[in-house]
Every structure is written in structure tokens, then in C-alpha cells.
Design a protein around this ligand. Structure first.
Ligand SMILES: [Zn+2]
Length: 222
């Protein structure tokens, strides 16, 4: 049976406007998109799903994959300094059978994840690890962290050790790639805040706070 989901056969159209304006510009430069962008939530949040205005007006999405206290990061070189960041990127236009439209959060997250982690992993964009994570993303069961400053939705994907063990670094990586490698970072151990992009640690803190509350709640129930 064909396992390929519809999501994966969508074609991303970089630099193309879905509203068919006469000017040549991509989605994020489109004046018609600005009215959605303006209505995004001004507050950061952690929720089961995004608020509707943010579904419409978000500009970028990323993926936070974690197993226990270990979180998956891209290690990037920025201005000579190493920075850890979540895999993710900008929202694009997609071509479906019938029309051009804006991507949704889960499509951006799944596509960017495959592109960024897939470039660095054995098996590339279609490796079993990427496919497992993408399945979780499109199941719509993932929690969301909203970062209002950059209109960015972070999709949280919890996996188990078995799935995590299938992620293997590629033997040869393109030297021009922005990221050097991927790395699991253990937040049980001390980390240096300057090694992370500014929105990363507040996001991790939100996840850890919620896990702590959930664990304590289940303890008191017993
Ligand atoms: Zn336009």
C-alpha cells in the first residue's frame, strides 16, 4: 500500500504569492498577507493547539523533538559563534492539485524539519526518523509554543528512545549548509545560555515547567 501522505506531495513554491498579485513577491512580502500577520497573538503561550489568528498569520515554524530530557538541535555557525537552534524556517506558498495557497503551521514545520535535519542525517529527507517525526506533526496532537516577537510556532514532538536511535549522522555533509550538525542536548546537565538562540531557552523552560506540573499532579492523584 502507498504510505505517502498527501502532505509530502505538496510542492512548496518559494518566492511565489498565493493571492495572485500582479507584483512578484513571496507570501511573507505580500500586502494581502499583512492583514493576517497583524492579527497574531501579542502574547507568548503554550497550548494544545494554536490560536486561530496565529494559524492564519504566523510567519515561521519549527520543531522541538525531545525524548526524556534530551532535545534535538541544529548546531549552526553564526558570525563565528556556535548557536543551537530548533530546526525550522519561514512559511511558504504551496501548490495543491487545484490551487496555490498559504502553508499551514504543520506543513511548514514538517517540510523545514525534513530539509534541515534530512540534509545532515543518514537516509536524507526520507529516512525513517524524519518520517516518524512528520507523522507525529501531522497527527495534530502536538502541543504548540507561540513566540509572538517573531510570529513563530514551535511544534513539540515527543518521541521514544527507539525512534531517537534511528537518527544517524550522515557520513558526508554539504560544506555550504548553514548547520554543521544536529545534536541532542541534555537539559539535566548545565548548558551555557549564550550558545542558544534567544527564544530557545524560554521555550525549553515552558516545556519543563509544564512537565513538572503534570508530574506533580499525577503524584497527588495516587
Ligand atoms: Zn501578493
Amino acid at each position: 500500500m502507498e504510505e505517502k501522505n498527501n502532505l509530502f506531495s505538496l510542492e512548496r513554491k518559494f518566492g511565489l504569492c498565493p493571492f495572485l498579485c500582479s507584483d512578484e513577491h513571496g507570501l511573507r512580502k505580500c500586502p494581502k498577507f499583512f492583514r493576517f500577520k497583524r492579527k497574531c497573538s501579542p502574547e507568548d503561550y503554550y497550548k494544545d493547539s494554536p490560536i486561530e489568528n496565529d494559524l492564519l498569520g504566523y510567519c515561521a515554524a519549527g520543531v522541538c523533538v525531545f525524548v526524556g530530557n534530551k532535545y534535538l538541535f541544529l548546531k549552526e555557525m553564526r558570525d563565528g559563534k556556535i548557536k543551537y537552534n530548533f530546526p525550522g524556517g519561514g512559511r511558504e506558498t504551496v501548490q495543491t492539485e487545484l490551487l496555490l495557497r498559504m502553508e499551514n503551521i504543520y506543513e511548514t514545520a514538517a517540510s523545514e524539519f525534513a530539509e534541515e535535519i534530512g540534509d545532515l542525517a543518514e537516509g536524507g529527507h526520507n529516512s525513517s526518523f524524519i518520517t516518524e517525526v512528520q507523522k507525529k506533526i501531522i497527527s495534530l496532537e502536538c502541543k504548540i509554543i507561540w513566540c509572538s516577537r517573531i510570529k513563530y510556532a514551535l511544534v513539540l514532538v515527543q518521541i521514544d528512545d527507539k525512534v531517537a536511535s534511528t537518527l544517524i549522522p550522515a557520513k558526508i555533509v554539504d560544506k555550504n549548509a548553514e548547520a554543521i550538525c544536529f545534536e541532542w542536548v541534555d537539559f539535566n546537565k548545565k548548558v551555557r545560555s549564550r550558545d542558544f538562540h534567544s527564544f530557545v531557552l524560554p521555550s525549553i523552560q515552558k516545556i519543563l515547567d509544564v512537565q513538572y506540573l503534570t508530574t506533580n499532579k499525577s503524584h497527588t492523584k495516587r
